[in-house]
Design a binder for this molecule. Structure first.
Ligand code: DGY
Length: 328
């Protein structure tokens, strides 16, 4: 391993426990403090961390709003463990001269896999069936038992055609013979679109009107907050399903619950929520909703790769090189 060209090691704080292999590398390269108890830090502790450390390594469970940047800031870099950064007030970081990095690329496949798992589970009533069987309530096979919705050959609509959206399109098209339509803010090269057997449509509404399954793959944060609202649920096809592996704030959860209760949409598969780890009781009561606890990137391979990306970003930063994954 390349040695850091430094007189003294930078002081860094890791806000949550990370895969063991990554923690070992961090401990070798930096003067590192680990959050041994793995209890999320509060706003005051995060503000203090910015004052005490050269680098803070947060993740999606840490909230860093404007107030966290309001005091003295010694930290020069936030090496975020994760690709999404809507939990960090990026403008404040920039104003305080704090570099922010993330971990794109390494969680593409696993997040697309979880979206597929949710789509299949909610369409084919996997969660509901397993609950029935485990409760000892299964009475045996019969032609009318737990009838779901066919997936193969249906139309899937993807909102946000970045890395994960494309990986999901690939699974839907080549794995399940689905028609793929999508909306993306910028025009995607038609040659690239064709690789996934996909068609770009001009508006979110056009995608909603055409799709049996709508899957969200856009970033969270102010620009996409409540992109799925009551009007957009009403614009979905009757009997369609929503899949969200992006960010909870992209969906107005109250409107989603109303759309599910009224039958405006048939079901939802969710990995992310507006106020994690809080999941509204109404959602937890519904059989036509599959709920996962933010598992998109939760594989050994991916979580280790995410940590190693943070290590690369920090190492580059403290060696005076450009960071590979700069957000700001
Ligand atoms: C991310 O990387 O932003 C994920 O949501 C955490 O896995």
């Amino acid at each position: 391993m390349e040695e850091l060209k430094l007189m003294s090691k930078p002081r860094i704080l890791v806000t949550r426990r990370w895969p063991t292999a990554v923690e070992a590398v961090l401990a070798e390269r930096f003067d590192v403090t680990f959050n041994i108890d793995d209890v999320p830090l509060g706003e005051g502790e995060l503000r203090q961390a910015l004052a005490d450390y050269d680098a803070v390594l947060p993740t999606v469970s840490d909230k860093l709003p404007v107030a966290v940047f309001s005091g003295e800031v010694r930290a020069k870099i936030l090496g975020n463990f994760g690709v999404g950064f809507n939990h960090i007030d990026i403008a404040s970081a920039k104003a305080k001269g704090v570099v922010v990095t993330n971990t794109p690329g390494v969680l593409t496949d696993c997040t697309a896999d979880i979206a597929m798992l949710l789509l299949l589970s909610v369409a084919r009533r996997g969660g509901e069936g397993e609950r029935q069987l485990r409760a000892g309530d299964w009475k045996g096979w019969c032609p009318t038992h737990m009838i779901g919705t066919k997936v193969t050959g249906k139309t899937v609509g993807i909102i946000g055609f970045g890395r994960i959206g494309k990986a999901f399109a690939q699974r839907c098209h080549f794995g399940f013979g689905m028609d793929v339509v999508f909306h993306n803010r910028s025009q995607v090269d038609p040659a690239e679109t064709a690789r996934y057997g996909a068609r770009q449509l001009a508006s979110v509404e056009e995608v909603l009107a055409a799709s049996d399954f709508v899957s969200l793959h856009c970033p969270g944060g102010a620009e996409n907050r409540h992109l799925m609202n009551a009007a957009r649920f009403a614009a979905m096809k009757r009997g369609a399903f929503l899949i969200n592996t992006a960010r909870g704030d992209v969906v107005d959860e109250t409107a989603l619950i109303a759309a599910l209760q009224s039958g405006t949409i048939r079901g939802a598969g969710l990995d992310v929520y507006e106020a994690e780890p809080h999941v509204p009781e109404a959602l937890r009561q519904m059989e036509n909703v599959v709920l996962l606890p933010h598992l998109g990137s939760a594989t050994e391979e991916t979580r280790t790769a995410m940590g190693m990306k943070v290590v690369d970003n920090l190492t580059a930063f403290f060696e005076g090189r450009e960071v590979p994954d700069r957000v700001v």
